[in-house]
Design a binder for this molecule. Structure first.
Ligand code: ADP
Ligand code: MG
Length: 651
């Protein structure tokens, strides 16, 4: 069954190298019970690890049932171990988090068979006399009992080979003999058993004793009555690979992952907290950002998005040297001409502005007076909700009526109702007919600190001007903005008989520049908020990675055991990835709830504009999975790359 030829193995520690095996050749037939003896350090374990396919020799040949084991890669060896070998170690290597029966079933999750193995496991436990302890934890059992559980685990996959490295090394005499009785029984059932021991009375159970010294076999003798091995037909070796991502297999891994997450509650909680805070802040920040954008857009809409303003003077010199250059002075006839401009223009309104002193009883207030046309109310959304807008008759006949902003109203009237009252604007009596809808601040300017009067009244009675400061034009649709600009430009040139070189005497401006500036500002703000949140997510991810690395180190022996009983690289990798994604996803989902909660609180208690979107929830979920994958990858790779023997030896 087993045939090794001229096997060598050496270890290098710093400068010196230890030749653990120096040319070992050995043949073991099916059904034999072999004991390997020798002094400590003679290479017994090394040999057993190689025979058990837990380790590979430096040189030499190993044939198992005629198959060249040396040609197999790590995953194929793992599958082989899972199918043909069972291991019993001196240190038992049971997983403390799991019940006895789960420990016994552990090799099954790495097999390709899918069914409920509980009854199988229970049968094995009964065979070693522990059927009644199935739900106990390993740490509730004596050493002898634990080793019997380990034997039950070695048997769960019905292996042909059983490897036992000093199985009685940690046990007292009574328990040792109980273990040996079980092994003898297995031998009688036809199992091939290879056992390392340094006690003669233990070796006496075997029917062949091999003695080693300094990495060589120095003695190999069979008992007289050996050879009564039962006829067992060798099962065909199963080496075929099934895909890793079989749903049933995944389910087993997910269960394992959650068990180990649950085993370290406080630690898991703390590292999940990092992700939770990160995701919650992403959600809340994005809600704030889009809330800000939405309220900005709302405000832009009230400014009129299809709006053009036509002004006298040069666009270039406005602000600094406005006095110089020529001005086109617009009149109400210009407004009418532009207003006729269908289908490009929907509304047009003349506009004049100046400052004025307002008086009501003994109160004084200086504010901006704006003279506007009938259409201005619709164009700039300034139609009062308290009181009313101007009538065309009032505008035509220069009536002394005013609509005042909320700031002016509270300065002059306090809590009294201004509508219907008479105020003096530059010593002229005006009747207040309405209050402007509040608009808030635009930059430093209080948009509510203004008084609207008919444009005619403002020009001829208040400000003493016969021209308009500008003309506001609402274009029928935003995509006609440029066409409208050109048409109005041509019209104004024609009406004012401008020469081509008089270009700077008026200019047409649209609101898009202003809009772009505003949306760029909100964009920057959202980006800023978003990146702060993203940073906290990354920090959370690093926390997860840290805890996963600790976990890998802590569970090195567990990983070694899992590999010994047949876990492939991908299995271990998947287990750790599922654990880290499980943690980040849990944190993510709770974080979403917290983030939404915080957003709602911000809007109800602080009155901030927030807008939670499904998109941000999906994004945050996706991100927490990605972070789990990304930051779990390195620890998982580290775990998967461990060599079974080294991992098992890890202290
Ligand atoms: P035994 O099981 O017979 O006591 P081992 O097979 O464990 O002996 O070890 C044989 C020799 O190889 C010893 O000298 C031991 O120090 C050395 N050795 C075993 N494993 C390692 C290792 N991982 N690194 C370095 N040296 C090792
Ligand atoms: Mg040893």
């Amino acid at each position: 069954m087993i045939e090794v030829v001229d096997i060598t193995k050496s270890y290098t520690i710093g400068e010196s190298s230890v030749h653990a095996l120096q040319g070992v050749s050995l043949t073991i037939a099916q059904g034999e019970f072999v004991a390997i003896m020798g002094a400590s350090g003679s290479g017994k374990s090394t040999l057993m690890h190689i025979l058990g396919m837990l380790d590979v020799p430096d040189s030499g040949q190993y044939r198992l049932m005629g198959k060249d084991v040396g040609k197999l890669n790590g995953d194929e060896l793992a599958t082989l171990r899972n199918n043909v070998a069972g291991f019993v170690f001196q240190q038992f290597h049971l997983l403390g988090r799991m019940s006895t029966i789960d420990n016994v079933m552990l090799p099954c999750i790495y097999s390709d068979e899918r069914r409920d193995f509980r009854s199988d496991a229970l049968a094995r436990l009964e065979m070693v006399g522990l059927g009644h302890r199935a739900d106990h934890r390993p740490n509730q059992m004596s050493g002898g009992e634990q080793q019997r559980v380990a034997i039950a685990r070695a048997l769960i996959r019905d292996p042909m080979l059983i490897f036992a490295d000093e199985p009685t090394g940690n046990l007292d005499t009574k328990n040792s003999h109980e273990i040996m009785r079980i092994l003898t029984e297995l031998h009688q059932q036809g199992k091939t058993i290879i056992m390392v021991t340094h006690e003669h009375d233990i070796a006496a159970y075997a029917d062949r004793v091999i003695t080693m010294q300094d990495g060589k076999i120095i003695d190999d003798r069979k008992k007289e009555d050996a050879g009564r091995r039962s006829e067992v037909s060798g099962e065909p070796m199963k080496l075929d690979h099934q895909p890793l991502f079989k749903p049933s297999r995944m389910l087993g891994f997910v269960k394992q992952a959650f068990r180990s997450i649950a085993a370290n509650k406080i630690r898991t909680l703390l590292s999940v907290l990092g992700i939770l805070v990160g995701v919650a802040s992403v959600i809340a920040m994005m809600a704030l950002g889009s809330g800000a954008r939405a309220s900005m857009e709302e405000r832009l809409k009230s400014m009129g998005s299809n709006l053009l303003s036509v002004r006298g003077g040069s666009a270039k010199i406005r602000g600094s040297a406005q006095g110089s250059g020529t001005f086109t002075r617009f009149t109400r006839q210009d407004v009418e001409a532009i207003a006729e401009f269908s289908p490009l223009v929907r509304y047009a309104s003349g506009y004049v502005t100046g400052t004025a002193q307002m008086v009501y009883l003994n109160r004084n207030w200086s504010s901006t007076v704006e003279g506007v046309g009938i259409e201005y109310g619709k164009m700039r959304s300034t139609i009062p909700t308290i009181g009313r807008w101007f009538t065309s008759d009032e505008i035509r006949s220069r009536r002394k009526v005013a609509i005042i902003g909320t700031t002016v109203a509270s300065e002059l009237f306090g809590n009294d109702d201004p509508v219907g009252q008479t105020i003096k604007i530059n010593r002229i009596n005006f009747r207040v007919i309405g209050i402007l809808p509040p608009k808030g601040f635009a930059g430093h300017r209080d948009q509510d600190d203004a008084v609207l009067v008919p444009v005619t009244t403002a020009m001829h009675r208040l400000l003493g001007r016969d021209y308009l400061n500008s003309i506001y034009v609402e274009v029928t649709s935003a995509d006609r903005l440029d066409a409208a600009k050109e048409a109005i430009d041509a019209l104004v040139r024609k009406r004012h008989k401008l020469q081509p070189n008089d270009e700077d005497s008026f200019y047409i401006r649209d609101m898009t520049e202003f809009q772009q500036m505003l949306s760029a500002t909100t964009e920057t703000m959202s980006m800023l908020l978003g990146s702060i949140a993203a940073i906290s997510l990354v920090v959370g991810g690093i926390g997860i990675m840290n805890i996963m690395l600790v976990s890998v180190t802590e569970r090195t022996r567990e990983i070694g055991l899992r590999k010994a009983i047949g876990a492939r690289r991908g299995d271990i990798m998947l287990q750790f990835l599922i654990e880290s994604v499980g943690m980040t996803l849990t944190g993510g989902l709770i974080g979403i709830a917290v983030g939404v909660g915080v957003s709602v609180m911000l809007s109800t208690f602080a009155g901030w504009a927030v807008q939670t979107s499904i998109f941000s929830v999906v994004l945050a979920t996706g991100f927490s999975v990605l972070i789990g994958l990304f930051f779990g990858l390195w620890p998982a790779k580290k775990a998967a790359g461990l060599k079974p023997v080294e991992a098992l030896r890890y202290e």
